[in-house]
Design a protein around this ligand. Structure first.
Ligand SMILES: N[C@@H](CCC(=O)N[C@@H](CS)C(=O)NCC(=O)O)C(=O)O
Length: 271
């Protein structure tokens, strides 16, 4: 789907709106939760970016980077590669704050208490929520197949690669999810854990902020991260089930959707 923002996007050639970056390129897997945190952050700040879809089998696209660990996301800003979603977002946030022309939504200064809360929930998203969410998209074999239909459609696969990755991916992730991921993260019933953690986010993360977001009256980085992670699975059964079982999450998600706005990808695709 094309985004209405695309006409003012011109990453490779720089931008006309006082952006401090000439070029921002995200190396990603389309449904990777960590990549989706970064995309939500860039979209929120209207930072134009190019996307390079990495082939998860060969990883050819990221072999050029020197980092010892070959994971996505990698964000390359004016030729400098950055790794690890939280570091990427923190670094970009720092730059966003220094550049008044950059962001349409200036956060204002955060108190130490607000920063601590933001950090605590960002950590929780990375270390708990993402790991509870992932086995859900492979919960049944049907869901694993649906997930891989989507993953391989949006991902960077050749025609034959796609056909084999669909089946092989669904079979292996269905098994890995049951035998490894759930055990590693102490999950018995993946949906029940997901509903429980989503309720926790709403009651403790958002609920105790005194505002509509974890950040209070405006989203903080934890809101943006959580939104990005959910948005990655918005077409999946998992998301539909969360909306049904944890209905208090829906108004927050809708407000976040509005706050983040359309995608600022230069290819015009929506996230
Ligand atoms: N802590 C890292 C985790 C990144 C991560 O685990 N990415 C996964 C994709 S969701 C990955 O690239 N795994 C290696 C692989 O696919 O081989 C971050 O926040 O960026």
């Amino acid at each position: 789907m094309k985004s209405g923002k695309s006409e003012r996007r011109n990453v490779a050639g720089g931008t006309s709106s006082g952006m401090p970056f000439q070029s921002v390129v995200l190396y990603q897997y389309d449904v990777c939760p960590f990549c989706n945190k970064v995309k939500a952050f860039l979209d929120y700040h209207n930072i134009p970016y190019d996307v390079v879809e990495v082939n998860p089998l060969t990883k050819t696209e990221i072999k050029q980077f020197e980092h010892e660990w070959k994971k996505v996301p990698v964000l390359v800003v004016d030729g400098k590669a950055m790794y690890n979603s939280r570091d990427i977002i923190n670094d970009m946030d720092e730059r966003a704050r220094k550049t008044s022309g950059l962001t349409k939504r200036w956060f204002g200064d955060k108190s130490n208490k607000e920063k601590e809360k933001e950090e605590e929930w960002c950590k929780w998203v990375d270390e708990r929520f993402v790991h509870v969410l992932t086995p859900n998209i492979y919960k049944t074999f049907r869901e694993a197949m649906d997930s891989f239909d989507y993953i391989t459609e949006r991902g960077n696969f050749g025609f034959f690669e796609r056909q084999s990755a669909r089946i092989a991916g669904a079979v292996s992730m269905y098994g890995i999810s049951k035998m490894v991921l759930k055990k590693r993260h102490g999950i018995e019933d993946e949906r029940a854990s997901l509903f429980e953690e989503t309720r926790k986010w709403m009651s403790e993360g958002v609920g105790k902020s005194g505002g509509q977001f974890c950040g209070g009256d405006a989203p903080n980085i934890a809101d943006i991260s959580m939104f990005g992670v959910f948005r990655a699975v918005k077409t999946f059964q998992t998301f539909e089930d969360v909306c049904k079982e944890v209905p208090e999450m829906v108004p927050w998600y809708e407000k976040m959707k509005k706050a983040v706005g359309e995608s600022s990808r230069s290819d015009g695709l929506s996230n």
